[in-house]
Write a protein that binds this ligand. Structure first.
Ligand SMILES: CC(C)(COP(=O)(O)OP(=O)(O)OC[C@H]1O[C@@H](n2cnc3c(N)ncnc32)[C@H](O)[C@@H]1OP(=O)(O)O)[C@@H](O)C(=O)NCCC(=O)NCCS
Length: 399
């Protein structure tokens, strides 16, 4: 087990509902910053005794740092929430794992005694700032990344199907259906209610509404329906579809992290403890395989095995990428420990918001499973990276 100077604990993790990117999306008329402000207000109201002056930094993941997401949004969020000028802030980009990296940098910051209380979140408005918008890659980047497909995440998923043909389209569709079914069940059972902070928004037609429900899940999904979908990343012989991929979404999520000592002194009841983090790099043209080496590394750091992981939250960028992970880590495709409430194929994947969203899921799953001790959060990342974190349930009690 790594020897941290200080234990780092999660006090809370909340998120907005995830909207569909584009004019039909619930957040089309809402700015990225305005997704984050209600989250800060919710943290205060949900944690009696918490006040803005306790927060020492505001560290936010955001992939596309231009327009409304530029100008160091991490600094702007507490200012716009009227928490004052005293809370500094910064923005971090590791593409899909930007928010999880904000959490990673924050946990290590606290662990080595540099801070006691941090906000670590992620936000992405893919409707206003689409993936790759205004990117200007170095002329040598394509060659050194392994070819043009490295820039298109859907193509990297097709590449995994090519290189590992044991993962078929039928398997990907079956996995996607499972994700939708688990999400539908979780939503009906109210599992999202505690973590979603309502946001007051104006629709494209000018009417007002409270956005408090995820817009992306398709509970009506069937295998027959999935089989008929187009394969937008390959004209011929493609296997990746809108149904077995994560979506294009708008959303935000944030965690409140503290040193265990400061949390206890403040009378807060932390839900989980950070154990270890690891990042790995792989061939960018098959970026979705990277959670495997990242997880192998984090398990080695923690001195734990996959058997010790009672809850496994993998970001489903693409079904084939999740299948590859499960297979290589020796798990069945329907292992009940994995994405128990469904994953990004159903809820969507507003890039930087997805890491903290996975942590919010972990918190919820730990709370209702006191017999679960360790949990793994893992994500693949564009340009060929994987990011894995292990958590410990502080409500764990051996039964
Ligand atoms: C795959 C992708 C291109 C699809 O985008 P899109 O075409 O805007 O997706 P839509 O939601 O409009 O779905 C397309 C069609 O599939 C249908 N569809 C989607 N999911 C479905 C499901 N589960 N069951 C049945 N039909 C479904 C939609 O109804 C739509 O049908 P229509 O064209 O008749 O209206 C896009 O979601 C994508 O790029 N995903 C990957 C994002 C990514 O790379 N993230 C980073 C990961 S590392």
């Amino acid at each position: 087990m790594p020897n941290h100077t200080t234990d780092v604990v999660v006090i809370d993790a909340v998120r907005t509902a995830f909207g569909r990117a584009g004019e039909k999306g619930i957040f089309w008329n809402t700015r990225a910053e305005d997704l984050c402000i209600p989250l800060l207000r919710a943290l205060i109201s949900r944690t009696p005794g918490l006040s803005p002056d306790m927060v020492e930094d505001s560290i936010w993941g955001v992939t596309n740092q231009i327009g409304e997401q530029g100008g160091t949004i991490g600094r702007m969020i507490p200012i716009l929430a009227e928490w004052g000028w005293e809370i500094p802030g910064c923005s971090i980009d590791r593409m899909c794992a930007s928010g999880l990296t904000a959490i990673g940098f924050s946990t290590s910051h606290i662990a080595c005694g540099m801070a006691d209380c941090l906000l670590a979140g992620g936000v992405e408005h893919m409707g206003h700032l689409p993936m790759g918008y205004m990117r200007d890659s170095h002329p040598r980047a394509e060659e050194l990344l392994g070819g043009p497909s490295a820039f298109n995440m859907g193509m990297t998923a097709e590449n995994i199907h090519d290189r590992f043909p044991e993962f078929t389209k039928e398997m990907a569709d079956k996995y996607a259906l499972q994700s939708q079914q688990k999400a539908a069940e979780a939503i009906v059972a109210g599992k999202m209610d505690d973590m979603i902070v309502p946001v007051e928004v104006e629709r494209a037609d000018g009417t007002k509404m409270t956005a408090d429900k995820d817009q992306h899940p398709r509970p009506e999904t069937t295998l027959e329906g999935l089989a008929k979908l187009k394969t937008p990343f390959r004209e011929q012989g493609g296997r990746v579809t809108a149904g077995n991929a994560s979506g294009l979404n708008d959303g935000a999520a944030v965690t409140l992290l503290m040193s265990r000592e400061a949390a206890e002194q403040s009378g807060f009841r932390p839900s989980m403890r950070w154990v270890a983090t690891a990042v790995a790099g792989v061939d960018p043209t098959i970026m979705g395989t990277a959670p495997v080496p990242a997880t192998e590394k984090v398990l080695a750091k923690a001195g734990l095995t996959m058997e010790d992981m009672d809850i496994i939250e993998i970001n489903e960028a693409f079904a084939v990428q999740a299948l590859y992970f499960l297979d290589r880590m020796g798990l069945k495709h329907d292992d009940p420990r994995v994405n128990k409430w469904g994953g990004a194929i159903a809820y969507g994947h507003p890039l930087a918001a997805s890491g903290p969203r996975l942590v919010a899921f972990m918190k919820g799953l730990f709370a209702e499973n006191p017999d679960a001790r360790y949990g793994l959060t893992t994500m693949c990342v564009g340009r060929g990276q994987g990011y894995s974190v292990i958590w410990e349930n502080l409500r764990y009690s051996q039964v």
